[in-house]
Design a protein around this ligand. Structure first.
Ligand code: ADP
Ligand code: MG
Length: 230
């Protein structure tokens, strides 16, 4: 509990910093991208490998900035009643190409009649993308990612994302959601932090169940009606 509180304080502080810094970095980035494009088009093939690396790294900076921006207090966030299966279907189709590359199939199960959910659809989509992407990435041998959406007690929606990957050792589970915590060579360690923050803003919770060697389940619980806390 104490750890949770601490994490949330850090998140608020990061949120304030994020907006300012992200903005300051974006402007010079735009200039850099423009000039690199010019350089590339006038330098022939000689340095194409270098340009490839430069562009990949610029993209990486971009994605870090974008993830950080989610932490900033959103300016025009609009909660509206939305069909959760629509959000999930859109998410899954965005990730299909990546799943195929990993020999992974994403199965979705919608359990019964689901009420529309009071949410910010694009923010929720980010959460589902991050968590399903992680699931795909840990399944080196392929297999199924199963997404189940059902109703839960307390007028909540339960979204269950289950993978057949390597699992997470118990002592690492508590580190999930810490900024920059990653076990991947090319990871940012920001995806889960952002996801936790968004779910928290929706008044929801995330629970993680994992068994090393068997797989991991992310349980996301979201209230159907958002309580007005702000
Ligand atoms: P990144 O994906 O860039 O590493 P995330 O915040 O998305 O950052 O995830 C942080 C870490 O949590 C991952 O590096 C991985 O160690 C662990 N993780 C997240 N999801 C899973 C999962 N489904 N199975 C195993 N490990 C996971
Ligand atoms: Mg990730």
């Amino acid at each position: 509990m104490e750890a949770q509180l601490h994490k949330s304080d850090t998140l608020n502080m990061l949120g304030e910093l994020a907006a300012g810094i992200a903005h300051e970095i974006r402007n010079p980035m735009t200039a850099l991208k423009g000039f690199i494009q010019l350089l590339e088009s006038s330098s022939g093939d000689a340095y194409s490998l270098y340009f490839q690396v430069i562009k990949t790294e610029l993209q990486r900076i971009d994605s870090i900035i974008n993830e950080f921006l989610v932490l900033a207090k959103p300016q025009s966030i609009k909660f509206e009643y939305t069909d959760i299966s629509k959000i999930m279907n859109e998410t899954v189709s965005l990730l299909t190409a990546q799943a195929v590359l990993h020999d992974v199939q994403i199965k979705t199960i919608y359990d019964g009649e689901l009420p529309d959910l009071m949410c910010e659809p694009n923010q929720l989509k980010k959460v589902f993308i991050n968590i399903i992407k992680n699931a795909i990435e840990v399944m080196s041998k392929g297999g199924f990612v199963t997404v189940t959406v059902s109703q839960a007690p307390g007028n909540r929606i339960h979204i269950c994302i289950k993978d057949e990957g390597e699992g997470i050792p118990a002592e690492q589970i508590k580190k999930l959601g810490e900024p920059f915590y990653t076990t991947k060579e090319r990871g940012t360690g920001l995806g889960l932090m952002v996801s936790f923050k968004i779910v928290e803003e929706h008044g929801g919770t995330i629970e993680i169940e994992s068994e090393v060697g068997h797989g991991t389940i992310f349980h996301i619980y979201l209230p159907v009606t958002k309580e007005t806390s702000d």
